[in-house]
Write a protein that binds this ligand. Structure first.
Ligand code: NAP
Length: 364
């Protein structure tokens, strides 16, 4: 059993919810950060059989809190700041932590200013590393959720390129402000670079492991406030089954996916396997397109057939005619041993989870 601090379950964290369930199922003891006492109570109420030693919550209202001291730059120069950080209290526990899994970071494509994403991503990541170094000497490993966004070079030709952990997104601070998608790419790239720089410069007593997932699909395990508050990566499935995408299949965007349950397992294996320390893991299941998702839904859920795009309306969701990049997930398969599941299972289970939330979606 490992004593773990988990972030990103503050409200509706899609990935963190699965990481929490995987940690508990594998016998670990978890404190998860939440924004309010009310949310803490909801998590504890959902697991009435567990003692406080197995599952507890710590309140972290805003991980980008810096208590107004220090001057902020939007780059990973945040590292140089000496400030009181939001996680200083959360990393301290009566039963000391041995591992930290940091998934929290804003993930959406509607930022008006890149800083909305850059600040929580960079301050949150560097902040938790600093807090662990200062206040939690028992921690042996920190796992950070980065992204394919920190690997993918959107400015390069896709055809013929095989992405792996060796690649880095070359985005610049100036390009971060070009559009909301670039703001997200920059937030993940700069936050991850800041984490590795921290390890290089500070040589702390813990290891860093970084998980780089592409698009994450699969069942929604947490209580949704509404379908409109669904996590970003599952929005395409919601839009297909509600008919919102009937006239035009959404463009696929990036052509690699992973199932959220396999990704959660990868995070937990990263704390269980010492050989994962000091490495990035490109956790990819396979290629996919939104056209394929629409076809799976049409085959498996006939009640949605009339709502799905067909013919020309499917074309925007197809693979580009000039080809897509390849991927190398051998490190995740060989060191972590993650068994990646097929697209059909991720899509079918995601649709079932949305139907469980709102059975009326299926009624014509
Ligand atoms: P999500 O459901 O939106 O969860 C994001 C979590 O971060 C939420 O719990 C959110 O809390 C928390 N958060 C955001 N800003 C915060 C702040 N200032 N202080 C404290 N907590 C904050 O997204 P997700 O899909 O689970 O993503 C989790 C991680 O995976 C992120 O690092 C994301 O970049 C990465 N990722 C996701 C995908 C994907 O396809 N889903 C792909 C690659 C990487 P609230 O709910 O209270 O706002």
């Amino acid at each position: 059993m490992t004593r773990v601090l988990l972030t990103g379950k503050r409200g509706s964290g899609f990935i963190a919810t699965h990481v929490l369930e995987t940690l508990l199922a594998r016998g670990h003891s978890v404190v998860t950060t939440v924004r309010s006492q009310q949310k803490a109570q909801a998590i504890l109420d959902a697991h009435p059989q567990l003692s406080k030693d197995r599952l507890d919550c710590a309140i972290v209202e805003n991980m980008a809190r810096v208590d107004g001291r220090g001057s902020l730059s939007i780059t990973y120069a945040f590292l140089k700041l000496t400030i009181d950080l939001a996680f200083d209290d959360a990393v301290v526990s009566e039963l000391p932590f041995e591992a930290v899994i940091h998934t929290a970071s804003p993930y959406h494509f509607h930022a008006k200013d890149a800083k909305e994403l850059l600040e929580p991503a960079i301050i949150g990541t560097t902040g938790i590393l600093k807090s662990v170094q200062k206040h939690a000497p028992s921690v042996k490993c920190v796992v950070v959720t980065s992204s394919f966004a920190a690997i993918n070079n959107i400015y390069a030709k896709a055809k013929g390129k095989v992405y792996s952990e060796a690649d880095w997104c070359p985005i610049t601070e100036a390009q971060a402000n070009d559009n909301p998608a670039n703001a997200y790419r920059a937030s993940k790239t700069f936050a991850e670079r800041a984490a590795w720089d921290f390890i290089k410069n500070e040589n702390p007593s813990f290891n860093l492991t970084v998980i780089n997932p592409p698009l994450v699909l699969g069942p929604v395990a947490h209580n949704l406030a509404s379908l409109s508050s669904l996590n970003t990566s599952n929005e395409r499935i919601r839009d297909l089954i509600t008919g919102a995408a009937k006239e035009r299949c959404p463009p696929t965007g990036n052509y690699l996916y992973v199932d959220v349950r396999d990704l959660a397992l990868a995070h937990v294996l990263a704390i269980e396997k010492p050989e994962a320390g000091g490495k990035r893991f490109f956790t990819v299941s396979s290629h996919f397109s939104n056209k394929e998702i629409a076809e799976i839904i049409g085959q498996e859920f006939p009640q949605f057939k009339d709502r799905l795009p067909s013919g020309e309306a499917l074309i925007p969701g197809d693979y580009p005619v000039d080809g897509v990049y390849g991927f190398d997930n051998s490190r995740a398969r060989e060191i972590l041993g993650v068994p990646f599941r097929p697209l059909k299972e991720s899509v079918v289970d995601a649709v079932h989870s949305l139907l469980a939330f709102d059975p009326k979606i299926g009624i014509q």
